[in-house]
Design a binder for this molecule. Sequence first.
Ligand SMILES: Cc1cc2nc3c(=O)[nH]c(=O)nc-3n(C[C@H](O)[C@H](O)[C@H](O)COP(=O)(O)O)c2cc1C
Length: 419
Amino acid sequence: MTSSLSQPLTLPGGTVLSNRIVKAAMSEGLADADNQSTPRLETLYRRWATSGAGLLLSGNLQVDAAHLERAANVVLDDECDISALRRLAAAGKSGGAQFWAQLSHTGRQVVAAINPEPLAPSTVEIDVVRGAGYSFAPPRQMTVREIEHAIRQFACSAAKAKEAGFDGVEIHGAHGYLISQFLSPLTNLRGDRWGGHLRNRARFLLSVIRSVRDAVGPQYPIGLKLNSSDFQRGAFTHADCLEVVRMLNDTSLDLLELSGGSLEQPKVVGVALKDQGIDGPRATTSKREAYFIEFAREVRLAAKMPLMVTGGFRTRAGMEDALNTGELDLIGLGRPFIADPACACGLLTGETQMIPSPEADLHLFHLLGWFNMQLIRLGDGLDPDLSIDGPTAAARFAKLELGMMNALLARRTATGADS
Ligand SMILES: Cc1cc2nc3c(=O)[nH]c(=O)nc-3n(C[C@H](O)[C@H](O)[C@H](O)COP(=O)(O)O)c2cc1C
């Protein structure tokens, strides 16, 4: 019998995905010093192009060069190098999969060394576990002009992605970045039409979707990554999520991806560091491998657009079961595509019953470093090296990131001195 994973899916705008496996967005940190795409990124995506996935999502590409998430993000703005982007898009599409660009604005969730003056809906400082050794600057509240400007920046980036040949875009509305900051009553304390009750807190998201749609035209696929909950006391809840999904039904979204958490509460990778509030652990979810699957069932009932769930899927049986029960339409996989860049092929043929989960043996503070060192290997045309230990990878990564942050700082100082 054909696996449910191998079934094609037609999106509302008519785009056909060849199967149900999606490589989720993972920030690559492989841009050059001018935040443009590089041959390393092309090599990485040429590798993933043969992974078997029906859809590849890029790591978060930034809509504003002044609001990076890390020093080596790719920026999609008016000044971006469209030929480099064209080469990247072509690399991702070279195996026949769809390749979409994920668009993001970091807002307040960025270390001070990258952005000492972050913008946010309100002046609420981030409250992260300090053990990882980073410090964060207090954000400045966005003016209405800055809000409207950010909305236009999403539209401009989407137009650039389309011009470069990406097959679609995904708006990053999850994980504590700017859109997510607007949605949460913990980070959005505004008293104007951009804050307060949920309809107002969702105004930024809905405006971004509308302006992106205007920029790319009616047929071009637009996805959204949204938290099923922030899993944090006083923040965006699952009830809020369901309400927002009903609002999204009136937009022209082609795909909704469910995730959860933020840097403060890294449920995105299955970890809780704080009180999870009213959406705390559900007994049934803890018995299943995917982190947000029980939330997906309720979203499924509310959502008119196709639903993708990302986080924790590791067995073919778990993925097929989720698809067969109709809880979702697409399976998003992140880290497995780094540890085994061809993992979708084996899942589709049935040769693979379980995909790798090296994170199980890594300390939380080493996770990012370990997976990023593997991304660098892939960008260099090498295979992943699963034998690298967590502390070594984390130390090498920290050194590299520090080097890139210092270079960024030096460039900014030089630009400031020139002007
Ligand atoms: C190194 C790394 C970078 C990530 N960068 C992004 C990103 O740029 N955008 C995003 O939406 N999610 C990002 N994520 C989250 C993944 O898309 C995914 O939601 C998460 O890894 C859980 O899925 P998994 O259990 O299959 O890995 C990142 C995850 C990792 C490990």
